[in-house]
Design a binder for this molecule. Structure first.
Ligand code: ATP
Ligand code: MG
Length: 333
């Protein structure tokens, strides 16, 4: 896992509640401690990074620990910003006036399916493009799987969609020009230029997503039937698109030792699913995290998780010595 701190982008995904936010935050924390200027971004509409770090995090990047910045992308705010921009462009093109029907159409767009995702994706594209220089590493805490898969397929889908728009736009402007000016060189088209720039930004980000040196998608799961199936399916979709998914984190492993019949039954089930995980994710780096006695909350607990993420040999033994992470946690108390 430690090798991923040298990437530009690391995404954490998985089924609802499996520990994505915890692992993303612990990884980002550890990367910052290792000297990487790290930005931790939540793309989940139900943000909870703030709860985890015990401080308010919002739509503006803020430094929450030394070398660690955080940001919660607000999809609705991105939609508003995006529609404002579209309206400004339209007003400029239409000489300051916009018909009531166009206004109405734009207002409907605000509520249309896909608008929030497209706007969220624009926010991600923006971060990925301006990160170099500002940050060494950007860590994304994503929403539960389905939402994230749709989001990450957007560069391809939107790219093709923009190509279609551009083609139609060119045909219409060429016709318009022929009718009005009877030939001659068509004037520059600011709408086509804006679309082409967006297309280029998507292509740039997509190239980064597909590069295993720059990007890793880490799946978090728990050793149970449905999370295993969902993770395997999601990895197949992402790898099918060329997005590298080299690592799975198996969270909440039961503690060793004998206990009640209940615990023995849970452990027997766990052993079965761990064997299935080893088989189905045989070509992946597999990291295990124990179920801790309490929720993971605050810097000290995150430091403990980071230690286990970065030292997988210790992960299954549950050893927690006085390593660098814990020392830093003590200093920060
Ligand atoms: N190994 C663990 N031991 C104990 N508690 C854990 C462990 N991993 C996660 N938790 C706790 O489980 C809860 C859910 O974790 P987390 O918020 O990281 O999941 P998530 O996958 O991000 O959830 P969501 O899908 O809602 O975003 C949190 O209260 C967290 O502290
Ligand atoms: Mg979460």
């Amino acid at each position: 896992m430690e090798r991923h701190i040298h990437r530009r982008l690391v995404f954490f995904g998985g089924k609802g509640g499996v520990g994505k936010t915890t692992c993303a935050a612990a990884f980002a924390w550890g990367a910052a401690r290792a000297g990487k200027r790290t930005l931790l971004v939540s793309t989940d509409p139900a943000h909870n990074l703030g709860d985890l770090f015990g401080c308010a995090i919002g739509g503006e990047e803020r430094e929450i620990a030394e070398g660690l910045w955080a940001l919660e992308i607000d999809a609705q705010r991105e939609v508003d910003r995006y529609l404002r921009q579209v309206k400004e462009n339209l007003r400029r093109l239409l000489g300051g006036r916009m018909s009531a029907s166009v206004e109405r159409h734009l207002e409907l767009t605000r509520q249309s399916p896909g608008t929030a995702e497209a706007a969220l994706f624009d926010g991600i594209v923006d971060i990925v493009r301006r990160a170099p220089g500002a940050y060494d590493l950007v860590v994304f805490d994503t929403a539960p799987t389905g939402h994230t898969l749709r989001l990450l397929s957007l560069p391809e889908v939107l790219g093709a969609w923009i190509d279609g728009l551009l083609r139609r736009r060119k045909e219409v402007t060429a016709l318009h020009h022929r009718l009005l000016f009877d030939g001659g060189e068509p004037a520059p088209d600011p709408v086509a230029e804006a679309l082409a720039a967006r297309r280029e930004a998507f292509a740039e980000v997509r190239a980064i997503f597909l590069d295993p040196e720059q990007t890793a998608f880490v799946f978090v799961l728990v050793p149970e039937k449905l999370p295993i199936h969902e993770t395997a399916k999601a990895i197949a979709v992402l790898e099918g698109q060329g997005i590298p998914c080299p690592t799975v984190i198996v969270n909440r492993l039961l503690p060793p030792g004998d206990g009640s019949a209940f615990l023995a039954a849970r452990r027997a089930q766990e052993a079965k699913y761990l064997a299935e995980i080893a088989r189905r994710f045989a070509n992946k780096e597999r990291i295990t995290l124990p179920l801790l006695p309490r929720d993971i909350d605050g810097p000290e607990a995150l430091a403990q998780v980071a230690e286990r993420l970065f030292a997988p040999a210790q992960a299954t033994t549950g050893a927690a010595g006085g390593t660098w992470c814990e020392e830093r946690a003590r200093e920060n108390r």
